[in-house]
Design a protein around this ligand. Sequence first.
Ligand code: NAD
Ligand SMILES: O=C[C@H](O)CS(=O)(=O)O
Length: 475
Amino acid sequence: MTLDLSLVTDYISHGTGLVVLNPATNRVITTVKEYDAASVESAVIDSERAFKQWSHLTAKGRAELLQKWYGLILENAEGLAQIITAECGKPLAEARGEVAYGASFIEWFAEEGKRMYGDVIPSPLAGKKIIVQKQPIGVISAITPWNFPIAMITRKVAPALAAGCTAVVKPAETTPLSALALEALALEAGIPKGVMKIIPTTDPVSVGKVLTEHPVIKKFSFTGSTPVGKLLMKQCAGTVKKVSLELGGNAPFIVFNDANIDKAVEGALISKYRNAGQTCVCANRFYVQADVYDEFISKFTKAVSGFTVGNGAEEGTIVGPLIDEAAVEKVEGLVSLAKEQGANVALGGARHNACGNFYSPTILTDIHHSNAIAQAEIFGPVAPVFKFDAEEEAVQMANDTPYGLAAYFYTQDLGRSFRIMQALEYGMVGVNEGIISTEVAPFGGVKESGVGREGSRYGLDEYTEIKYCLLGGLS
Ligand SMILES: NC(=O)c1ccc[n+]([C@@H]2O[C@H](COP(=O)([O-])OP(=O)(O)OC[C@H]3O[C@@H](n4cnc5c(N)ncnc54)[C@H](O)[C@@H]3O)[C@@H](O)[C@H]2O)c1
Ligand SMILES: O=C[C@H](O)CS(=O)(=O)O
């Protein structure tokens, strides 16, 4: 399949720049023009200039342009999906899903922007009026990861633009093409130049300093690992920026004795192996109650053994490559340590065909919660399955992590459902469901998985400021 790069022609560098590789083949896709700290400063000033006009459009006016952008993304969905697969590695079917998911935030916030309501508060003071209004916070910056190169950008930029803000966005070094295609389509939709600017770079540290320290930037939104999120949050402190963070996860997936095991296996497959296990909400550790442990392992192993591993561009591929060699080495290290600590490899446990960035879908059993792998965000197609006896033990182990993004459990007992929903220390919980992300619900974590929420009616608040006005002298 010849990759169509016509959407990003204007961004391709015919000399030096940011080299983009295909993780399935490690071959060069293309090279794109890149930004350094100085040119990012200039982009920030352009964004400030664009803000003056964009924020003065009506919400309806902005919505019409966002809806045009949404329409163009859907019209170019297949081309965008092929770009995602080429630079990120995920199977084409998943990439198509990501385009629709990413576009859904634009559709959703085009409407939400028209409902950025304020308040008129009954005044306790005679002759005085109390008015509360929401205003766009201003120029925002964002830094995004490689695993959802379109959706992680639109989940930030859509609410920002709908609220009247402008955005300067640094995508991951490995996946700039999807981001640049988004920018090209936004310009084609009539969204003015400078309203959304993508800034690829081979120097994330210097560019990141501009995006977290520049005084013109009033809000910073980050999606990525927890260690980097902590660093960038500190960098924002000097100018007291409003910050939202979508960070790492360590999702427990609990299966109780009374669960529908076939449904639990179905949920486990999608939750664990989506994007080869490289999602922040992937089930990261499985806790299965003793009476159903053997049945779950048998059915889970049988289903995973049928997965096709390969290039995501080939129809039928279920598990594509990891993003790079470092990612494979990290997974290899975690599996090796688990085996040293007594784990049994029920399936996989090594590179696929011992080549490239491919790792075989893996299931580990006879493993204890104290093993290191229970505390690490695996970010690969590896499922450690722990056995437990009592409900309280499962909850204690599930909560025994600094992370708090997503959690999942399967039961058919209503009382247990409410007990466990209440007891789990996570921002998002799937009950008898292995995939929970949607634009209408608040996505985000607690503890060291993040601050703030994306999507839903709450997502707009991240990009607004509340202004309270007291009107006197009206008697
Ligand atoms: N909570 C969520 O919604 C969510 C979504 C996707 C990914 N993630 C998390 O992201 C991680 C995987 O993505 P990743 O490997 O791209 O994460 P990462 O933190 O290594 O990189 C994320 C982004 O930060 C940039 N970056 C890294 N160091 C920087 C620095 N010092 N200054 C400025 N920018 C810097 C990178 O270039 C990239 O654009 C996982 O931990 C995953 O859980 C979370
Ligand atoms: O990995 C990060 C994404 O947020 C996962 S999802 O597509 O939103 O479920």
